[in-house]
Ligand binder design. Structure first.
Ligand code: CA
Length: 230
């Protein structure tokens, strides 16, 4: 099912390309242009909110604070054009998960959105019922277990695996893995990715994990097998 994303932004020039980009990425996007509408829309439980600070009816930080007070548990990314204010905003705890200064690149925003959704869906999907001899990923702790046994992964191996696991049974393109795990400005060879995948496979096999990282020729990689959600 598509991830639901709420965009709260009063400037059409910013909202339109943003919404279009997110929709192209496959998200189910709702766009509202005021703080009150944003708070009303939270009742539909979007998984992620992209929140502008300068809204016509109320401060975005107020929206953030009220959303958390009302028990909203999804991710919130704050975007602001108030140059120099980001440090102050970040320093105060309004309950946002990430912050981005305008103008921002759409690629950067997409990367942040993916990272946050990955974190929230892994946290939701990572229950004990997956813990037989399948793979269990503790995103918060950056640790991976096969049954009770920990699989020792490097940071990059962990990142690659958690992206593949969040997209289980779907192909994740090389470009996306490179952009998310290494650097979105990466222009080098993707050999590094192949080496990382190779090591990851070895490590998973060596502890008897039945999930496999399958290469899809010319496209990317897919995590298959194991125990999907019961
Ligand atoms: Ca604005």
């Amino acid at each position: 099912m598509a991830h639901r994303v709420l965009v709260v932004e009063d400037e059409e020039d910013i909202a339109f390309p943003l919404v279009r980009t997110l929709e192209r990425e496959g998200y189910d996007v709702e766009w509202v242009e005021s703080g009150q509408k944003a708070l009303d829309s939270l009742e539909t439980s979007p998984e992620l909110v992209i929140l502008d600070l300068g809204l016509p009816d109320m401060d975005g930080l107020e929206v953030c604070r009220r959303a958390r007070e009302a028990g909203y548990q999804g991710a919130i990314i704050i975007v602001t054009a108030r140059a120099g204010e980001l440090d102050r905003v970040v320093g105060l705890d309004y309950g946002a998960d990430d912050y981005l200064a305008k103008p921002f690149g759409l690629a950067e925003l997409q990367a942040r959105v993916r990272a946050l959704l990955r974190r929230t869906s892994a946290a939701i999907g990572g229950g004990d019922d997956e813990a037989d001899d399948g793979l269990r990923i503790d995103v918060e702790a950056h640790r991976v277990f096969a049954g009770a046994e920990e699989v020792p992964l490097t940071g990059k191996e962990f990142e690659v695996l958690s992206i593949l696991a969040a997209n289980r049974d779907k192909v994740v393109s090389r470009g996306r893995l490179m952009a998310d795990v290494w650097d979105e400005n990466w222009y080098g060879s993707t050999k590094t990715l192949d080496v990382t995948i190779g090591r990851l496979r070895q490590k998973l096999e060596s502890v008897g994990v039945t999930d496999r990282v399958v290469a899809v020729r010319g496209v990317g990689f897919r995590l298959e097998g194991g125990t999907p959600d019961a």
